[in-house]
Design a protein around this ligand. Sequence first.
Ligand code: ADP
Length: 588
Amino acid sequence: MKNNNKKPSSLSKLMQYSGNYKAMIYTSWIFAGLSAVFTLLPFWFIWKIISEAVSLAPDFSNPHHMKVNAIYAMICALCAILFYIGGLLCSHLGAFRVATNLRLHLIRHISFLPPGEKDRIGSGALRRVISDSTEASETYLAHQLPDQSKSTVMFIGLMYLMFRCDWRLALLCLIPVLIGFLSLMSMAGKGLREKMTNYQNALSDMSNEAVEYIRGIPVVKTFNQTVFSFKRFKDSIDRYSTWASGYSRDVRLPILIYTVAINSIFLFLYLSVNLIAKGNIDTEFILKIIFFVIISPIMTAMLTSMMSSNETKLKVEDAISRMENVLAIKPLVSSNSAHPAGYSVAFENVSFSYDKETTVLNHISFEVEQGKTFALVGPSGGGKSTIASLATRFFDPDEGRITIGGVSLKDIPKKELMDNVSFVFQDAKLIQGSILDNLRLGKREASEKEVYQALETAQCMDIIEKFPTGIHTVIGSEGVYLSGGEQQRLTIARAILKNAPVLILDEATAFADPDNEAKIQAAIGALSRNKTIIMIAHRLSTVRHADRICVVENGSIAEQGSFDELLSKKGTFASMWEEYNRSVDWKL
Ligand code: ADP
């Protein structure tokens, strides 16, 4: 029975992106094959010239076909070059089209992915997926496949010429080729594909960590840290180094045998001559030897190109599978079918897992009434940030639903959802642009006056006054450094400008010094007025005035209620509160 589940090859996957240029790619193979034929023909004519020269010796005054054969050889060499250039032209046109379509498709897909997924994969790894998969496909289609077509035709042509010339010499010359190939095949048996994947994973990790490292350089400089504070970056380099040296060690011997074997065709030729001729070397045999001497370097060059094309193929397959992993992530889609009738927020039986194996949230249900503040507390790793990420639709839940004003987030048009929800997280995200541009992300049409008002309310005027260009100062430009606390205040100003009715807040002030902390608290106070708030509280002092408190532990809700209700329950929250008070007393 025919196997319909056969996996499509790398080529057919790439061809889906070739649009009208498919024919170009196929034409490039035909041209490369023709170029191979025309590359071999000059050798045939040269052999004829040598034969004639030997037969004429020692009187070369009256050659018959030498000149014609020389002209034929030159014409063929020229045709070989022209067909090769034509082939490369076609292959590059096709390859660039595929690379462009692939890049556009990936960027479009990534722009619709849940923001949380993009954070999880990492910007470095995403950049590698986009650039490497297109680069690898370009090399594969523009160079490797035409070269493969050329090598195949040349191999067949060479075999024909060699066996036609002398089958015994041809067979003996094939021995080193066979040794070389057996050695290459032994490499494949060592799980080379898997090692290549691990090697590429290590490269990807390193790329991610390098991006983080570069982003963090200002912090390192400002706080007088050493480069060793970037332990993860160093670890990723060490891992890469382990994989790279392991990979090199594994392929060292087979590649060595292969290289020695295919370069020793001359040696086998020498041995063959002695074996076959046994000292009786006539003119005809000398001619055959000359022919083999001429063509064996082509054989070596051709086999070397075949070997490197094998490695490129592994790289392409790996790059394509990484691309497919990203393409397999479901984009956020919205049915655009409903509009919230208010600004209450509810989690209904929500379960979620990042890796679809370990459950991080387990049947979570709660409701936050419009205009009320809901505080999430609990031990680190319990799931509070995950709840906040789901409420902002950074991810969609695996089970259950999340609603605003009674409407599932999945049904609210994306723009409307974004207009209705603001978030201020610990890792304040500012883009490389002016402070004004960053704030206008909250409200595109905001006037400069409105921006100043928001900055003032968010206690940011000291930041603006620090720079001579004020709100036009470009974040990330030379000499412009903002502390974590300052960045957080700017994101609060952005949220104030946006003035969305629902606010998801991570109140952590991890970066802040006491002065910054007081300002952040004041800014948050201003931002929070009349909003429905889900707040991750890291210090219990801030939850006193929350309307409802929810203790999240191991992905479940351990307790929920008002501050007084929870204290009187004498459960987890009560003991957390006791502990907190003890620590405050101890500090005092
Ligand atoms: P909390 O905010 O209460 O400290 P989190 O929601 O950050 O807890 O984490 C809950 C669990 O989910 C933890 O086990 C954490 O390791 C895991 N987790 C958090 N973010 C991710 C992520 N992006 N990918 C995979 N696991 C994650």
